[in-house]
Design a protein. Structure first.
Length: 467
């Protein structure tokens, strides 16, 4: 029977050690939370890194392996050195800032390329060992850009799809990467390459023309006699989860009467625009004394990539800012910024989405941003306002949000005031438009559309270029 082999750096569950035992918990981040549902419906196998197993004794390790197998996941274990160079230094130290246009974050000595290549080869070997003729291979994200090309060499007839979960930058920026041609050739090993938005797909096409000289015909490239297609497939969310009733948790947030709750929910990542967002909230507090004591900002930041220095610095700067704003704007009975550095179970996140008056999603750049869609889906009451960065991929599909330029702090402050002052009628109208689209184009439809397009691929025969 043919199967779906999903391949991503991180498995949808992460194994950790606690007092000698192995604990298996859901992984955080858009790729894992999004793809989990479609994977559960498939007959597939998910291949990826399970977390650090080195601290487990033999018994704990055996029990973790059993659990991973029961979840249809196949671990690719990485050594401390591999993780440091491939994941921290290269994928998150170099590719992440380049693809998010944060060029001042690229280190002068950008190391890790050689190890990035070796770890991609390690994934290729793990996938090839599992592959049976007829299987479909679906590779995900920027940690594995070379994998489609490596798999193509080993499995010339395989059906291979690739999806990028982060932006593909303008070719002017992409071409700053010293390894730009290798990266493109790696991607072109796939039969179908998916992006969140049409503009990322256009950026990719222009990089391929400029750096490799392959001219696309509409959304198709002829790569040495092989057909490679590329297209936008905007990712959705598992709407059933976010529209469901949830059991009230022990730790429920109850806004006080007359309180406006502003909510931010992000991985603690410097692309998420948390500092500028906080600064905008402070401006509102300074400009609108009538809102003092009535406005509360709850910022939830889930720990992420804690070994990467840029993330450690960013965390420190966010926390200093929370302290500084509270120092300036608190009263004896109230502090306006409520900040928590931890993950939350999904049910509790849903409760928070439902309690918020205004959701602030203001990344300086984001491939899609599923939090914006989760908020809209969760608002079964039809109320609530979404303030959304125009630089999030989700903005293209969410015109009813109050869209802001996250670099314009004053403009964001004005949008927050507009959201707070908005009439109920306007809030409901906007939310109805947002919800209709989010509920219609959910993650199952996204996965089905991508896999159907991959299945349709007539492998091997490119169309003639138009004269
Ligand atoms: P990214 O892929 O960059 O992490 P997304 O917004 O696309 O960004 O996805 C983030 C995912 O992580 C969402 O599914 C969201 O629910 C989840 N998430 C974010 N913050 C937290 C948190 N503090 N606790 C639990 N889950 C979180
Ligand atoms: O969306 C980008 C991404 O890297 C995904 O691959 C992943 O789901 C998420 O961010 C979390 O990142 P990490 O796996 O590095 O914790």
């Amino acid at each position: 029977m043919s199967r779906l082999l999903v391949v991503s750096n991180r498995l949808p569950v992460t194994v950790s050690a606690a007092q000698g035992d192995a604990i298996v918990t859901p992984s955080m981040g858009g790729l894992s939370t999004g793809l989990r549902g479609p994977f559960e419906r498939s007959q597939g196998l998910w291949i990826g890194w399970p977390g650090d197993l080195s601290k487990l004794d033999d018994a704990a390790r055996a029990s973790a392996m059993k659990e991973l197998q029961a979840l249809r996941t196949l671990p690719v274990e990485l050594t401390a050195d591999e993780l440091r160079q491939y994941y921290e230094e290269f994928a998150n130290g170099v590719l992440w800032p380049v693809f998010h246009y944060l060029l001042d974050r690229i280190p002068v000595h950008s190391g890790g390329w050689e190890m990035y290549r070796r770890v991609n080869a390690k994934f290729a070997a793990a996938v090839a060992a599992q592959y049976r003729p007829g299987d479909t291979i679906w590779v995900h994200d920027y940690q594995l850009l070379l994998l489609p090309g490596m798999l193509r060499e080993q499995l010339p007839d395989a059906r291979i799809g690739f999806f990028l979960h982060i932006p593909f930058p303008a070719s002017e920026v992409f071409r700053m990467l010293p390894w730009r041609e290798d990266v493109l050739r790696g991607l072109l090993g796939a039969d179908l390459i998916g992006f969140h938005t049409p503009s990322y797909a256009r950026n990719f096409a222009s990089a391929v023309v400029r750096l490799l000289g392959h001219e696309p015909v509409v959304d198709e490239l002829n790569v040495a006699g092989r057909k490679v297609r590329f297209r936008a497939f905007p990712m959705g969310i598992d709407t059933e989860t976010f529209t469901a009733k949830v059991q009230p948790s022990d730790e429920v947030y109850r806004p006080r009467p007359g309180e406006h709750l502003l909510l931010g929910v992000d991985r603690l990542d410097y692309t998420k625009g948390i500092r500028r967002r906080l600064s905008a909230v402070e401006r509102v507090l300074l400009r609108r004394p009538d809102l003092r004591g009535k406005l509360r900002m709850l910022q939830i930041a889930v720990p992420s990539r804690e070994k990467v220095v840029a993330y450690q610095d960013y965390r420190r700067r966010v926390e200093e800012m929370v302290g500084a704003i509270n120092g300036r704007c608190s009263s004896l009975i109230d502090a306006p910024i409520h900040y928590m550095y931890r993950g939350f179970p999904q049910e509790q996140l849903i409760e928070l989405y439902r309690a918020a008056s205004v959701m602030l999603v203001t990344p300086t750049r984001d491939g899609m941003n599923l939090v914006a869609k989760e908020f809209a889906a969760a608002r079964t009451d039809g109320d609530g306002v979404l303030v959304l960065s125009e630089f999030a991929g989700a903005a293209e599909e969410m015109p009813e949000a109050l869209q802001v330029n996250p670099f314009d702090v004053d403009g964001m402050a004005q949008a927050i005031e507009q959201a707070i002052d908005m009439s109920e009628g306007e809030r409901r109208n906007r939310m109805a438009g947002l919800r209709a689209r989010v509920l219609r184009f959910d993650v199952h439809r996204w996965a089905e559309d991508f896999l159907a397009a991959l299945d349709d691929a007539e492998l091997g025969t490119p169309s003639e270029p138009t004269p």
